[in-house]
Design a protein around this ligand. Sequence first.
Ligand SMILES: Nc1ncnc2c1ncn2[C@@H]1O[C@H](COP(=O)(O)OP(=O)(O)O)[C@@H](O)[C@H]1O
Ligand SMILES: [Mg+2]
Length: 219
Amino acid sequence: MLRVENLSKSYGTVVLFDEVGFTINPRERVGLTGRNGHGKTTLFRLIIGEEHPDSGVIAVPKNYSIGHVRQQLSFSEATSIGEACLGLPEEERADRWRAEKILAGLGFGADDMGRAPAGLSGGFQVRLNLAKALLSAPDLLLLDEPTNYLDIASIRWLSRFLNEWMGELMLITHDRSFMDGVTTHTMGIHRRKIRKIQGSTGKLYEQIAKEEEIHEKTR
Ligand SMILES: Nc1ncnc2c1ncn2[C@@H]1O[C@H](COP(=O)(O)OP(=O)(O)O)[C@@H](O)[C@H]1O
Ligand SMILES: [Mg+2]
């Protein structure tokens, strides 16, 4: 589980978060919504420690692992399947079948798996990084626009895969139906705060719209 308290973050005069707080409880799969530039990716970078809060805390239990898709497209193994296996926890490195299953789900044919990662298209290199993140089975998985490089069949596979995810998940995607098909909760960045509800994007947007109406009437 992840606990965020009184988190504030600005870039210069741009305030992204003003004392926000939320908790990601065991087994929750949470969609993160918010307009472009409102800080979704920044929140992920704060959680993985690539960026630091101005104030507040991000607390995780001891030994709690957080996984995300690496941006770098640099690989060290001779084959894509070998590279994917690096995502597996060390004691499971030999479980190639697990890596094969995930690569196949993400659209890799048998030939592609034997191909050098550097020889893959950019889109498949991203898929390879996604496969490594899924294989590492972290306690909390962060996915920022995972469908961007996927075809429809792989998107369907990913949706099913995430529905069976045993840990926690935070998901950013502009594809609302994908989000609603995967998540148990929805979280929105709105007016520099973060609100989290149980349920779908529709329910969250409805709540925000109602509040905006009240806000308009009372100002
Ligand atoms: N390292 C940075 N330095 C300055 N401004 C940044 C930095 N990272 C992000 N921003 C700004 O913060 C805002 C939120 O960015 P981002 O988190 O990428 O939004 P989102 O993912 O919701 O589209 C944007 O206006 C962006 O320009
Ligand atoms: Mg972003």
